[in-house]
Design a protein around this ligand. Structure first.
Ligand SMILES: Nc1ncnc2c1ncn2[C@@H]1O[C@H](COP(=O)(O)OP(=O)(O)OP(=O)(O)O)[C@@H](O)[C@H]1O
Length: 274
């Protein structure tokens, strides 16, 4: 598949001299679902800003859709969810915030309204649409911010911590919306539990802002030494099953873990053996 974002030699130092990224090469291809993981302060958000064209890196270059290095030219194809929901919610009502993207794209009013209504329903925002965004709880704000990015159906989603403040119910809803997204998804997160259900490939940012790995999700998520070196904890299922089963049989999701335990129980219980 062709690259939708291709970054070469990205290095970024903030004005105070903090170097957040060092010589990062990463290619995101059409339709891929990639997680970028790393400890707090490793440089994930800086990488998201650089890939999303919201920060000009000190060195290196990002090419979009094999066509251009000008992020502004492809702005409406990139859905960038920043870490802080307050960065999105600036209109008078939640409805206006979610409608903003489709309106900018010139989507016919009726289609935009249908899309906003469907997302509001999915994310439990229907009764909150006429409220000023600053009168929302933390989780509600996060859900509204996610809705405002999904509303314009961008080709590429770059999502920094979309699950941060939300409860388990809406975490699952957001995960389902993201996995159903018919495009490319890059998820930036310091927590690996949500990764297996979303990403097939994982990019690991080390604490010094270099890349420590870029490999299939299973290889990274079961590599306890690598994760420990970069200051990350393996997903819960990996911590539970590591050493009990072969690495390539470790379940990465709760559903896979349940299946494995159920099979083990059937094997142990003569009544249930077929
Ligand atoms: N505006 C800024 N000015 C100076 N340093 C910054 C700025 N923003 C981030 N940094 C520093 O750059 C490094 C990388 O930060 P970044 O926010 O990219 O990390 P992160 O991996 O997203 O962290 P977290 O998991 O905590 O969100 C950190 O050392 C951070 O303190």
């Amino acid at each position: 598949m062709e690259p939708v974002i291709d970054a070469r030699g990205l290095t970024h130092a903030y004005p105070d001299g903090t170097t957040a990224l060092r010589d990062v090469d990463v290619t995101i291809r059409r339709g891929e679902r990639v997680a970028v993981v790393g400890a707090n302060g490793s440089g994930k958000s800086t990488l998201q800003l650089a890939l999303g064209g919201l920060v000009a890196p000190s060195a290196g270059e990002v090419t979009y859709f094999g066509e251009t290095t000008d992020a502004e030219a492809v702005r409406e194809r990139l859905g960038v969810l920043l870490q802080d929901p307050d960065d999105y919610l600036f209109n008078t009502t939640v409805r206006e915030d979610i409608e903003y993207g489709p309106a900018q794209l010139g989507l016919p009013r009726e289609r935009a309204e249908r899309r906003v209504a469907a997302l509001a329903d999915e994310l439990g925002l229907t009764d909150l649409l006429e409220r000023p965004p600053f009168r929302l709880s933390g989780g509600e704000k996060q859900r509204a911010a996610v809705a405002s990015v999904l509303a314009f159906d961008p080709d590429v989603l770059l999502l920094d911590e979309p699950f941060g403040a939300v409860d388990a119910h809406y975490r699952a809803r957001i995960r389902d919306l993201v996995t159903a997204h018919d495009g490319t998804v890059v998820l930036f997160t310091p927590s690996l539990d949500a990764v297996p259900e979303i990403a097939e490939r994982v990019v690991v940012v080390d604490r010094d802002g270099t890349l420590a790995a870029d490999a299939p999700a299973r290889d990274v998520l079961t590599d306890r030494d690598l994760l420990s070196d970069v200051g990350l904890r393996p997903p819960t299922t990996v911590r539970l099953f590591a050493g009990l089963v072969d690495d390539d049989a470790i379940p990465l999701t709760v559903a896979a873990a349940r299946d494995l335990l159920d099979d083990a129980r059937s094997a142990l219980d003569p009544q249930r053996r077929r």
